[in-house]
Design a protein around this ligand. Sequence first.
Ligand code: GDP
Length: 443
Amino acid sequence: MAFEGLTSRLQNVFGKLRGKGKLSEEDVNEAMREVRLALLEADVNFKVVKDFIAKVKEQAVGAEVTKSFTPGMVVIDIVNKELTELMGGTQSKLAKSNRPPTVILMAGLQGAGKTTSSGKLAKMLMKDKHRPLLVACDIYRPAAIKQLQVLGEGIGAPVFTMGDKTSPVEIARAGLAHAKEHGNDYVIIDTAGRLHIDEALMEELRQVHEVANPDEVLLVVDAMTGQEAVNVAQSFHSQLELTGVVLTKLDGDTRGGAALSVKAVTGTPIKFVATGEKIEPLEPFHPSRMASRILGMGDMLSLIEKAQSNIDAEKAAEMERKMRTAEFTFEDFLEQMEQVRNLGPLDQLLDMLPGMGKMKDMKNVKVDEKQISRVEAIVKSMTKVEKQKPEILNHSRRKRIAAGSGTSIAEVNRLIKQFDDMKKMMKQFSSMMGPKGPKGGMK
Ligand code: GDP
């Protein structure tokens, strides 16, 4: 899947910052060195990387670290905002003509996924109750017309063709007239591609452009080709004013460089992304969502925002210290549980965590709020001393706690066992990690 390498590298960098109480200039420099390498490895244009790092650094060094926002979070927040900006900031929507039909010219090299994307675009428009007409102007590639016809049939969209003996310019002209006559509110013109950009291709596109007078010129590029996709976009843009890019094959093993560089290098926004060979609706491109996906955060950023207004960072840091030194008591346990509950219903929180969205799709994952209330009741039935020194919890104390909390001794025993196991694990973990990070190897 796209971005995996970049995501895991960035998470590593931010993981190191997370534990920091304060960020020095050196910390920022070190983190930015790694972010820079991660972006270069993801095949992002080197000039884009340079500008990006400069912008993030400038903000990160002087950033105000508020009480409830740890320095690591501040940097993540800045990187997220700059990534979003890099990809165009806000979503660029498909143009809509005041005088229908809205005409969309699809351009691109052969094999980029132009015909497939034309079908996906039609499907997307049909989902919104539009009536697109597909126009087959690729008269050179064998079977291109047939491909569009089959595809149109599959989704129930009309396809206008005149065979491969008429010039693309004539087909475009006649296709437009057909659309007006038949009340199609969108016309999608599938043009011919070439293996390389050449003058003949550009000349033909210019001519079709002239008769069709499109509201959108969408360049279809293959994300798997990385920087090459960006070069292609740049060449097309210099000859033909593009209004948007469709980035295809994002399901493939792409490193993400194209998605991150196209807008910055060409000034043309990505409007849609495509995944898969099946004709599904084209997906609108949202820079902010893509940024948080690249950061591997699911909707972590909303969660950070929520936590920011609900959790006291000083308390959280103290809790983390206690966990590391295994001083963690039942009192801390209760406090932590309450803080988490203050954030909102647990299943909603799970939704925001990376990877959890998928799990919820399985539908059988349900957070048992009742179970959590019972655990809370048990802890609340303990005396202060018992919470701090769970080792004194003998049978009679456990019996009293069970009665007081309206639970059973078995439940009380289970909770104490879980708590003990957790403490043991923390102890092991902290000896393995040391105060600064992995020392390597188990002890
Ligand atoms: P065109 O020459 O630009 O019109 O390209 P086609 O639409 O014929 O696509 C070329 C090949 O790429 C076909 O085998 C498509 O099934 C495949 N393809 C197109 N878009 C995608 C995509 O988003 N993901 C994947 N995995 N394959 C795609």
